[in-house]
Design a binder for this molecule. Structure first.
Ligand SMILES: O=C(O)CCC(=O)/C=C/C=C(\O)C(=O)O
Length: 287
């Protein structure tokens, strides 16, 4: 049976999350009807959303029988604005718990990209019984690289783009975001710019958050050994945002992690090497 066309609009949902520390509206996309669910958490770039980060990765999972949920973190996409003065990884983890509670989902697999990977680890630390398998790309913990000066050139360009959201700054950032920048189309630039300009509140709040707390993504290194979930860590050799040695720290720290490094790949492995990435994820989830 062929999968019906999957669109952002047709799968777009909103939910209000309320607990002691949180009262906010979250936007998410809900696709497919499998008994096992894969949640995808996007990165922290300006204009990022679940859909923008993972649109090349949804269909293969849905065709294989998984339900896929893309959560827009607070401060991105159509989710509520927020100024985050503490750990953004923990804030995203709390939102995810609220979303899963509301949807009645007890246990999920999680794919996290960059900030999304930092948040996946934070969620696994605070809710160990609710995670199946984890896939972490270009992230998993904040903290220093052993080899590359921090903040990295990519993160500096990302922060510059938040401060001055222009097409020129977007192109400067995207030029070091992926290994082969000739793969980036004008349509992709325009979609990201539209996302950014549609939510100037998110852009301004990110700058305010950084000013209040420059360490939005704390070093979770000392606690990595507590994450016992089977974990596939994926990195781009040429990642200029979150250096590849962070992947090695995850591999050493997490007892059940394995690491795959793509050659000729920047910070967006799930997009730059989508076909192989999708095959690897399916293989990892089913074996
Ligand atoms: O600062 C960090 O450690 C995380 C940086 C990060 O999350 C960057 C992500 C960028 C994207 O995924 C994007 O712009 O699509």
């Amino acid at each position: 049976m062929s999968t019906p066309l999957i669109t952002e609009a047709a799968t777009s949902r909103f939910i209000r999350i309320q607990d002691a520390e949180l009262d906010a509206q979250i936007h998410y996309n809900d696709i497919g009807e499998g008994t096992e669910t894969v949640v995808m958490l996007h990165g922290s770039g300006p204009g990022a959303t679940g859909w923008a980060n993972f649109n090349r990765n949804i269909e293969p999972l849905v065709s294989a029988g998984y339900r896929v949920i893309l959560m827009d973190c607070l401060g991105w996409g159509k989710s509520d604005p927020v100024v985050c003065t503490g750990s953004r990884s923990d804030l995203n983890a709390r939102c995810l718990k609220g979303l899963l509670d509301s949807l009645g989902l007890d246990k999920v697999h999680i794919i996290g990209n960059s900030m999304g990977a930092h948040s996946t680890v934070a969620f696994a630390l605070s809710n160990p019984s609710r995670v199946g398998k984890l896939i972490l790309m270009g992230g998993g913990t904040g903290g220093p690289s052993q080899f590359v000066p921090m903040p990295t050139e990519g993160i500096k360009l990302l922060q510059g783009l938040y401060r001055e959201p222009t097409i020129e700054n977007l192109k400067k950032m995207m030029a070091v975001f992926v290994f082969d920048s000739s793969s980036l189309t004008e349509d992709l630039f325009q979609a990201r710019l539209d996302n950014m300009l549609a939510r100037r509140d998110h852009m301004e709040n990110f700058v305010k958050s950084l000013a209040a707390n420059p360490k939005q993504f704390p070093d979770q290194g000392p606690r990595l050994g507590e994450v016992s979930a089977q974990t596939l860590v994926i990195w781009g050799r040429d990642d200029r945002f979150v250096p590849m040695d962070t992947g090695l720290r995850l591999l050493w720290g997490m007892p059940n992690a394995e690491l795959h490094i793509f050659n000729r790949c920047g910070h967006w492995a799930q997009w730059e090497h989508a076909d192989k990435f999708n095959r690897m994820v399916l293989d990892f989830l089913t074996h």
